[in-house]
Unconditional design. Structure first.
Length: 406
């Protein structure tokens, strides 16, 4: 009797233990099935043994369709093999990003963890747990792009501020230089005038050719110094603008009488003017001087003759006029191209080095730009762009002065 009671107690204990085990398994099954992370159990060949609802949702397929099929439809075989080898080697993996293909749907980025174990029967089982981090990666990518754009904008603004700072410093320097130049120029011009008068008196007094030639050489150099001083005065003091509506072709045509006097016979000017050019807000006198300077430079570059092409056209994108001066002269060495607009840079004995600097300043006053390209032995092209729109111009004393020599 006692033995029966003892057996009954043991049986009840076993039954209770089994119930607890079943409950435990139910809890685990419940946790796996309703976990927000997707759970996948694979065999060693990559066949799906078990999935939860989260994996059903991301794939759009039911358990019945998934179980028994290969995972390779969603994750490439080589990725699964690498993952399996990594898990076998390291026992488990964490935070491994894997792209999950979803036919007909957007690619999903999953953050996976996994373990591998071998059953009593010697079968390899791979358990994977993953979380959808697609939106997180998109947000991170957007944030990176925003940061990059912000960095670019900040760098752009810093460059703009540095440019403004540089311009302010240069403006202050030019103002001081202008005052200095004005004082020095007046001090130089007064004795120059006296010397010039004396030379003229001596020229009229001497009949001997020898001293007269020397006196003429002195006079030429006096005139050159006077020209440099006059150019400095005008370069250091920005002009009073005289803007109005003008047609660029008409401004160029006004140069015809002047060109007749100094254009060599072996140089031909070929005009390619756009007859439909609109009028623009220009200072015609200043532009005449720019055009004359560029034509004069082109003529000097073609001592053995050649052709000068002057072209005008309308740029509909930038809303402005393009004027090109293209010669077939000797060209400009590459090393000089960067220095060509700098004050006092010249390759001509008689040049002041101010002509092209003043040209550039005039074009800047028009809110335009001037550029140069050249090839030795083939020629040079100066390109000017002038916007059409009307602008507020600053009131300044004086006019631009510019001789034909730069």
């Amino acid at each position: 009797m006692d033995t029966e009671k003892l057996d009954n107690k043991e049986n009840k204990a076993k039954e209770k233990a089994l119930e607890l085990e079943y409950e435990k398994q139910d809890y685990i099954k419940y946790l796996l099935d309703y976990s927000p992370d997707f759970q996948i159990i694979l065999d060693g060949e990559g066949k799906i043994r078990r999935v939860n609802q989260a994996f059903e949702e991301i794939t759009g397929k039911k358990k019945e369709e998934l179980i028994g099929s290969f995972i390779y439809e969603f994750i490439p075989e080589e990725i699964i093999k690498k993952l399996r080898d990594k898990i076998i080697k390291e026992k488990r993996v964490q935070n491994m990003e894997i792209n999950v293909n979803r036919p007909g749907r957007e690619l999903l980025i999953g953050n996976f963890s996994g373990v591998v174990f071998t059953t009593k029967e010697g079968e390899t089982i791979i358990c994977l747990s993953g979380r959808d981090i697609t939106e997180r990666r998109k947000l991170q990518q957007n944030l990176m792009e925003l940061n990059e754009n912000l960095e670019k904008k900040v760098m752009k603004k810093i460059k703009e501020l540095r440019k403004v700072q540089y311009q302010l410093i240069q403006s202050e320097k030019l103002s001081l230089i202008g005052e200095l130049v004005t004082g020095v120029a007046h001090e130089i011009r007064n004795p120059l005038a006296t010397i010039s008068l004396i030379v003229q008196h001596l020229e009229s007094k001497y009949a001997d050719n020898y001293p007269i030639e020397k006196l003429k050489a002195i006079q030429r150099n006096i005139n050159r110094v006077d020209k440099i001083v006059y150019g400095l005065l005008n370069f250091s003091h920005p002009p009073r603008s005289n803007f109005d509506y003008h047609n660029i072709n008409e401004i160029l045509e006004r140069l015809e009488p002047i060109l007749k006097h100094f254009l060599p016979e072996n140089i031909k000017i070929i005009k390619k003017y756009d007859s439909k050019l609109p009028q623009g807000w220009f200072d015609s006198d200043c532009l005449e001087q720019v055009f004359l300077n560029l034509i004069s430079n082109a003529i000097r570059a073609m001592k053995d003759g050649g052709e000068l092409y002057i072209t005008t056209s309308f740029d509909s994108t930038r809303k402005g006029i393009i004027i090109k001066f293209e010669d077939t002269g000797v060209g400009i060495p590459e090393g000089n191209l960067k220095k060509i607009f700098k004050p006092f840079f010249t390759t001509y004995k008689e040049g002041t080095g101010l002509g092209l600097s003043i040209c550039q300043n005039i074009i800047k006053e028009h809110k335009g730009d001037i550029s140069v390209e050249s090839k030795l032995g083939k020629g040079t092209i100066f390109t000017i762009f002038l916007p059409l729109e009307k602008r507020k111009e600053k009131n300044r004393g004086g006019r631009w002065w510019m001789g034909y020599n730069d």
